[in-house]
Write a protein that binds this ligand. Sequence first.
Ligand SMILES: *Cc1c(COP(=O)(O)O)cnc(C)c1O
Length: 376
Amino acid sequence: MPRTVATRALGVGRPPSTALTPSIDMSTTYARDPDNGYSSGHVYGRKDNATVQQAERQIAELEHARDALLFGSGMAAAVAVFTALPPTHIVAPRDMYWGLRVWLQSAHRHGHEVSFVDMSRLDEVRSSLRPGRTGLVWIETPSNPLWTVTDIAAVSDLAHRAGAMVCADSTVATPVLTNPLLFGVDIVMHSATKYLNGHSDVVAGALASADRSELWLRIKDTRDQQGAVLGSFDAWLLTRGLRTLDLRVKEQSRSAAWIAERLLGHPAVSAVLYPGLPDHPGHAIAKRQMPGGFGGMLSLRLRDGAAAAIAAAAQVQLWRRATSFGGIESLIEHRASIEGEGSPCPDDLLRLSVGLEDPNDLYRDLADSLDLLTRT
Ligand SMILES: *Cc1c(COP(=O)(O)O)cnc(C)c1O
C-alpha cells in the first residue's frame, strides 16, 4: 500500500521495543564478539551510530532513496559531493545558496571548473554542457533567494545525455513538496538545519541517493574519513522534527501563499517573488513539480530600495530579524546585508520565512510596517 509522506515520516525507525520514542545511542564505540567479529554491524561512532542511521533511514524513506547520509551541516553535505568528484567541469545555477556559490567560485583549488548558468533556461543549460567532460550539474529549486524554479526532469535529461551526474539542493522544497529522485536526479541534498529539523535547534545536512553508484560510495568514504558526521543527540532531535515535517510544511506553504497574494497590491512593494503566484515565470513547472504546495519561502522587493527594506524589517514586531529559515517561527531578512560584497541579490529585497504563527497576524504585522513607509 503506497503511504503518504505524513505516514512514512512517522513510521520509519520505530524502536524494536514497546517504547514509542526511539532512545538515543550515545556510544562512540561498540564491543567486539569473542570470535573477534562485529556481528552487530556497529564498530565506531564516526560511521556507525545507530541514532544517526535511524534518521538516515527516515530521510531515505521520505526521498524514495536507496540510501541517505547525514552530515554535520548542509555545507558539509554539499561539499562532500564536490570533493568526492575527480577534477571535472560543474554546471551550477547563478541564483543559488550564497555559501555554496562562494565555495564553487574557488572550486578551481580542487581542480574543478564551474559554469554558472540560468537554470530556468534550458538553452543556456544545453550550451553550457560539455559532453564527456561535464561531471556534475547542480540544481537548486526553488532557488534562494529569488525562488527561481528549475525544470528538474528536463535538466536531468540534458545532463544525463551529456554524461553528467545531477545533484539537487531541495532544502526549500522538502520531500513533502518534491522528490527530485523521482524526476531523474541522482543525488538529493538538504540543509536539514532548515525544514527537515524545523525547530532552529540543529545544524545538519543530508544527501540521499537513488543507488549505490561509484560516486555515492566515494561520498560516503569522504564523509567517514573527513569526519563530517552529525552527533547522535542532533540526529535524535532531527528524527523528532521529521515526524511533524508534513504538517509543518503544508501549513507554512498555505500561509506563505496567502501572505504572498495579499502583499501583491501593497503600494510599498514593487514585486512579490513566490512560485505559487500565477505570474511567477516558473509557476507552471512548479505546479507540476510541487503538487502539494509552493513552499514557505517568499521574497519582497520594495519600491524605495535598500533603505526602505531595512526600515521595514526594523519595524516588525512578530517576524524575527534573523538569517536561516524553515523553522516554526517566522523570519525576515534583508538578504543582501548577509550575503555581503559581490552578492547578486537585489538590495531592495526582503526574504521571508513563514512559520506557524497565524497568517492573519503575520500579514497585519508586515502590512503595518510597510504602511509606515508609504506614509513617510
Ligand atoms: C542553509 C542552506 C545550505 C547550507 O546548509 P547549512 O546547514 O547552513 O550548512 C545549503 N543550501 C540551501 C538552499 C540552504 O538554505
